[in-house]
Design a binder for this molecule. Structure first.
Ligand SMILES: CC(=O)N[C@H]1[C@@H](OP(=O)(O)O)O[C@H](CO)[C@@H](O)[C@@H]1O
Ligand SMILES: [Mg+2]
Length: 542
């Protein structure tokens, strides 16, 4: 380690005195002006991680659905997964080290994680369209270079594109070519092969309106357009040329407010969808002839994909284990539908993609989605091998055809992480293959009315949870109070947890009517306010 260079460069990326940040659910996330030292140091950490695992590591500069003024950074592990939890702690230590301690902390990490500094290191970098992202990714490069790492800067890419690149690189191209062209070619080829298998005579032209949250999704979809078949007509809205990133639009806005985004004119029964700011989430929606808005969230996406896959798995007649992984935010009726009607096992894990991804890896076919629209499907190595073999060798036409469809889905879905573009193509293909309209899809089950609220408290760590965050252990009395409140309503459920990305406590409630869901959410938020050290004025009724 060149101590002199480290000192010199870290002085160029000084840590504001007293600032401490934590590597949370989605890496570091805060106001962009507080992040320069963090991204520089994450450049350092990426080099250490790369040396430790002898593979290429990714760094993405983005704050996803958060306001344009924010930014963030997260590391991507060799197969495109989120950074291993054991390293999140190193990330936090390095981020919060005072300038003069930096070298000591690096040495400590090297000792604890058995990093050999003489090994090579390689890092892939990507960034979103935020005005601050370019400069921050320059600081990442400074960090990488100080520790002698090699890097490739992909510039503007969606978060899932960067995950894809890292996986391609570390599988020596087995997962695909580590270029944007490779990504577009892989996805569009799989999509075309898949819809070719459609025997439906339904509409031949497929229109889809896409709200790109004024973010990177618009740029990348435009680049990809020439690769799409002619029948697919995508119309891009909120492309970032006029309005601010994520402002009154995007997947998070639509999900949280349960209303359409600004900037997209929606005619009755038109199929529309929204990406988030870094294009790793997607939700669908439409307006009926009476003008009512219908949201089709991550739970319903998981359901559609599960129906499709379950049917194919039955046709290939293999004993593949399939399951759906959700979080506590999944709508109660989605869980009921999956378990009782579709008869697919459902597992609930803690919020955050890494938890869902990890659980889904336990199955041959693991479908995971957060209600907010982040999700994908994972296929085990054994299932993948078997499916590819059936495509080549199976004599039975129906079985071979089903295996071929599964193979195409495997190629189309981004198995490294939730990917709005890839998910959208999977969904469009399934709707085409099944001849389903957006209304028919929506009608699979009816969402229980629900409400998501947040409350500010002095220290959100006073809330500790258990049972995949569905019950609060502390502060004393809170869970008992929630239990009492829940009993007042029908089909009701409520839980609270500290957010991993914002300084708030989140409250979720569902019940038989919207009024009851709103009332329950409000009452629970008051309980949090009073028992967990609420800040400012008490929450007002909705
Ligand atoms: C209720 C909700 O949507 N929570 C989101 C949000 O996490 P919080 O820990 O709730 O702030 O951001 C995470 C990262 O994007 C995402 O994984 C998660 O689903
Ligand atoms: Mg995102």
């Amino acid at each position: 380690m060149d101590s002199e260079a480290l000192r010199k460069y870290s002085a160029l990326h000084p840590k504001p005195a007293g600032l401490t940040l934590q590597y949370g659910t989605a890496g570091f996330r805060t106001k962009a002006e507080q992040l320069d030292h963090i991204v520089f140091r994450m450049g350092l950490l990426a080099v250490l991680r790369s040396k430790a695992v002898a593979a290429t590591i990714g760094i993405m500069v983005t704050a996803s659905h958060n306001p344009e003024e924010d930014n963030g950074v997260k590391l991507v592990d060799p197969l495109g997964e989120m950074l291993h939890p054991s390293w999140e702690e190193y990330a936090t230590q390095l981020a919060n080290a005072e300038e003069q301690e930096l070298q000591k902390v690096i040495t400590e990490i090297c000792q604890k994680a058995a990093v050999n500094l003489h090994k090579d290191a390689s890092v892939f970098i990507g960034r979103d369209t935020r005005p601050s992202s370019k400069k921050l990714s320059q600081s990442v490069i400074d960090g990488i270079q100080v520790l002698g790492g090699q890097y490739h800067d992909y510039g503007l890419v969606t978060t899932p594109q960067l995950h894809y690149m890292v996986c391609c690189q570390n599988t020596q191209g087995q997962y695909g070519k580590a270029t944007l062209e490779g990504y577009y070619e892989k996805l569009s080829k799989a999509f075309m092969e898949l819809i070719k298998q459609s025997h439906c005579s339904g509409e031949s032209q497929r229109h889809l309106k896409i709200d790109c949250a004024n973010g990177i999704g618009a740029l990348k979809l435009s680049e990809m357009k020439p690769y799409f078949p002619q029948e697919v007509l995508i119309h891009i809205y909120n492309d970032g040329t006029k309005e601010k990133l994520n402002h009154l639009c995007g997947a998070d806005f639509v999900k949280v407010h349960q209303k359409p985004p600004g900037g997209l004119d929606m005619k009755p029964n038109e199929r529309c969808c929204s990406f988030d700011g870094d294009a790793d989430r997607i939700v669908y929606y439409y307006k009926d002839t009476a003008g009512h808005f219908h949201l089709i969230d991550g739970d319903k996406i998981a359901t559609l994909i599960s129906i499709f896959l379950k049917d194919l798995l039955a046709k290939v007649k293999q004993d593949f284990k399939m399951a759906v992984v959700q979080t506590a935010y999944a709508n109660g009726n989605s869980t009921r539908y999956l378990q009782e009607t579709l008869k697919v096992p459902v597992h609930c894990v803690k919020t955050g993609v890494k938890h869902l991804h990890h659980k889904a890896q336990e199955f041959d076919v693991g479908v995971y989605f957060e209600a907010n629209g982040h999700g994908t499907v994972l296929f085990s190595k054994a299932a993948e091998t078997k499916i590819r073999q059936l495509v080549k060798e199976e004599n039975d036409d129906e079985r071979r055809e089903a295996a071929k469809m599964l193979e195409n889905v495997m190629n189309l879905i981004n198995q490294t992480v939730g990917d709005a573009v890839s998910d959208m193509l999977v969904i469009e293909a399934i709707l085409a293959l099944k001849g389903l309209t957006v209304q028919q899809w929506d009608a699979l089950y009816t969402d229980l009315p629900n409400r998501l609220l947040k409350v500010q408290v002095a220290d959100r760590r006073v809330i500790d949870t258990t049972d995949a965050e569905r019950r609060a252990l502390t502060p004393p009395g809170l869970q008992e109070k929630i239990d009492t409140l829940v009993k007042k309503y029908k089909l009701s459920r409520a839980f609270v947890r500290p957010s991993g990305t914002e300084d708030v406590v989140r409250i979720y409630a569902e019940a038989d009517t919207q009024e009851n869901a709103d009332a329950l959410a409000h009452e629970v938020s008051l309980a949090v306010f009073h028992l967990a050290g609420g800040k400012g004025a008490p929450p007002q009724p909705i």
